[in-house]
Each structure stands twice: as C-alpha cells, then as structure tokens.
Design a protein around this ligand. Sequence first.
Ligand SMILES: C[S@@+](CC[C@H](N)C(=O)[O-])C[C@H]1O[C@@H](n2cnc3c(N)ncnc32)[C@H](O)[C@@H]1O
Length: 495
Amino acid sequence: MTKLSLSDNEFCSFRDLIAERSGIYFDPAKQESLKDNLLERMAECGLTNFSDYLDLLSSPAGSKEFDFLLDLITVPETYFFRDRAQFNALERLVIPEAIKKKSYPAASLRIWSAGCSTGEEPYTVAMIVAAAKVDIPIQILATDVSNHALEVARQGVYNGRSVRDVPPEYLKRFFSKKGGQYSLDESIKQMVEFRYFNLVSEPYPLVEMSGWDIIFCRNVTIYFQTDATRKVIHNLHQSLREGGYLFAGYSESLRYISDGFKTLQMEGAFFYQKGPPQKTVKRKSRKFGRRLASTTHITGSKRAKAGADSDHQEIQQVHAAAKELLEVGQPEQASEILNPYMKEATVHESLLLLQAEIELNLGDLDKAVELCERIVQGEPLSSAGHYLLGIIFRTRGDEARAIEQFKKVLYLEPKHALARFNLGELYSRVGQFENARLEYANVVRLLEKTPESLDQRFAGGFSQALLIDTCLSKIKALEARAPGTAGGRGDGKKR
Ligand SMILES: C[S@@+](CC[C@H](N)C(=O)[O-])C[C@H]1O[C@@H](n2cnc3c(N)ncnc32)[C@H](O)[C@@H]1O
C-alpha cells in the first residue's frame, strides 16, 4: 500500500475536493502528508487505489467518509489562553461593552467559538465569564468540523501542554490534576455546547447562526485560500449583531478581506467590531476630483471611475518622483513635491509614509512619529506604519517602544524579515541575547524559504544574501559569547 504513488492529477483532484468542502487548501509542498492521510483512510475502507477512494468521497454516501478524512487533515493545535492579550480585551472591554447594549434581563450574551478544535478556546471564554461573575445569561457555542476534536472537547481532560498558559488562579480554581492530566470542572464544561458545523457550507442557518455578540474564529482560515476566507468572514459578518465583535487569529488580518469591520486595539491585541471601517488615510482627495472634473468631459459613473483611476495614477506618479529624489539624497526636494498633498484633509497612506521617511532622513524625528501615528490611527493594520515607527524609536534609542512596534508588525506579518532583523538588533542591545539569536535565525530561515519576505521598500541596500550573511555572523558572535551570556538566559539586562 505505501508504495502507491499519488499522481499530480490525483493530488489536484483531492486538493480541489477538500478545498471546496472544507476550505482547507493543500499546497504542493504538502502532497506527501496528504498522501499519508489518504492511505490511512483507504486502508480503513479496504481500498487499494486513489481513484476508488476519490469516487467514494464524491459519491452521495461519501460525506461520512469525508468527515473521517477531515479528522486526519485538520490541524488541531490550540491551548488555553492562546494569545492572552485578546482574552484580556475580551474580559475588560468586549464583554462589558456587549452587556451594556443588552436589554437586560431578557437578552443573553451569545458567544460563538468557530473552529474550536479540542475546546481550549471556548472553555477559556467560559472560565473568564465565570470568574467575572457576569449577571446575565450566557450562551457559548463551540463548533468544528473535526468530530474527533469535538469528542476530546466534550471530555474536558487536558495535558500539561494545553494548560501551560493558564493563570495559576484559574488552574487552581477550575481544574483538578490527576496523574499529569488536568480535568476541567463540571461547572465550566456545562457552560459550553459543542456542535459539528462546517464554516464553508452555505447558507448558514440564520435562525441559530445569527445575532451573535462575539465570535472567535482564530487560526482557522490560515489554512484557506483568500476566496474561501472572504466567504467565511462574510458569513461571520452576517452572523454578528450590529456592533458585535470578531476575534481573528494572529496573522489573520482582515485587511484586504473585508471592509465591514472596524479594527480595534487594546494593549497589544487586535480585534474587530462589525460596523463601517474607520478609514482616515486612504480616502480620495476632493482636490483630485475637482481637478479632474475641470479638465475632462466625461459624466456620471464613468467620471467617478475615471476620477478614482486618475487619482490613483497621480498618487503613484507623485510617490515615484519623491521617492527617487529621496534615494538620490535630496530629501528637501522630495518633501517639496509632497508638500501640497500633505495639506489635504485626507492623505494617501503611501504619501504619508514617504513623508515620514523624509522627516526621518532630515532628522525631524518628532514630525516623523506624528506622521506615522496619523497612519496607524487611520489604519491600525498598517504594518508599514508600525515598521517605520519602530525604526524611528530605534533611532531615538527608545528600545522598549521600538520592540513594541516591531512586535506589532510581526503580529500583522509574521514573515516580515526586516522586523525580525530589527528585533534581533534591539534584543542584542538590551542584553536579551537568546531572543536576539532566535530572531536572527528566523531571518535566515525566512529569507532562505521565502526571499519575498524581504520588504524592498525598507531593505535600504540590504540584499537577501547580504542580510543572511550578516545574520549568520551575528549568530556566530552571539554563540561565541561566554557561557551564560551566549545563547544564554535572555535576562533583559543591559551589559
Ligand atoms: C488550529 S485550530 C484552531 C483552534 C482555536 N480556534 C485556536 O485558535 O486555538 C483550527 C481548527 O479549525 C477547524 N476547521 C478547519 N476547517 C474548518 C471548517 N471548514 N469549518 C469549521 N472548522 C474548521 C479545524 O478542525 C481545527 O480544529
């Protein structure tokens, strides 16, 4: 059986069927692991070739078998209090705000964990609600497509890895430990209802799946292609009540996915609220519109579209011209070109960013910070805005704030090689040598695997090869330090 080979055509047929029914997309690098999963299921079904198994999955009786396959191909990785900052925001801001909007005492607070895996996420929510003594009825629904994961969730028994981030007071209050296993208290288990639900099967049953106050859908769509992600997020948007909240995972930014949400931030956590997006930087300038209207003779919607296209072109041209001047060492002249555009009520993000770079070049760090803050206030998910803020704080010698900004960049773009490099530099500077070594190693790994992770806008003359060499020599130097400091404890003290 193991000698069977999965042809490229067969791989594509399975890949497309799985993506269509579950959203999960296998790229070619995962062909071997998919093959292993298929072979395992084929052995269970007594089948000896891939095309018979594909026929079975495609037949009307195939949906049960598809669920068994899903148990193997889904990624169940999860743990309690994963991304703690989001749970802090849930406890301190989102739950109190959501309750305020309720017509107490009739209404209940409804929370849905979509893609709950083995239950750690919805149970974390339940513990927080229990500890907060919320005096309003609470419904917590947790759904997944893996029946196996749902079964584990219903048992409520976990290993040490799952509970590693549970705060000690919660561990003591809500778990009992027996032989290395942690059993969740019955009172918490009863707060959560687990159910099978496939997020890509449409339409969502509106009666049950609408009017949610809070939805968690974290680390589910990372395995999807963009179209499937858009579909799921659209459906979750429909399922939320007006003003309801959505928690997405680390690296699952809704930027370019949906404009039906406002982005909120609290102490390092990003999350979303249903409602019109707060955009202050990307809007069309009225001046461009006026200029176009006076120089052309087109009308109606054609004019609107031509206006938008022309604005876009104008911004691109202005940006290119100013950037070129900055690159040849003429920041003042670059600034002159941008100057008229900076006076608009709304300025395109790329122009603000370039002006901030120019100010940095001219040494006006306060002005540069002000411009970057304008960008991230208008668009909190602007990784470029956070990146430049990081660079400015680093230039100022404010390591703590620089680290905070680069961490935000990585939250939004985990593969941002230059943000990792900067973190490496900053960690070295504050004496966190092991963290520094890890970040340099991350840069090497990233650039070797995905050279495009080097953001050319900010590469500043660093080629991929040069950056790899630089990181390798920094790793070597860190490893050569005396024991206890090299690759050492990362105690955060300046040396
Ligand atoms: C990596 S886990 C994330 C668990 C948890 N949300 C967290 O962030 O810790 C991803 C989960 O999404 C589930 N999933 C994948 N595709 C799904 C779909 N189409 N509908 C519902 N759940 C899905 C998987 O079965 C898996 O349990």
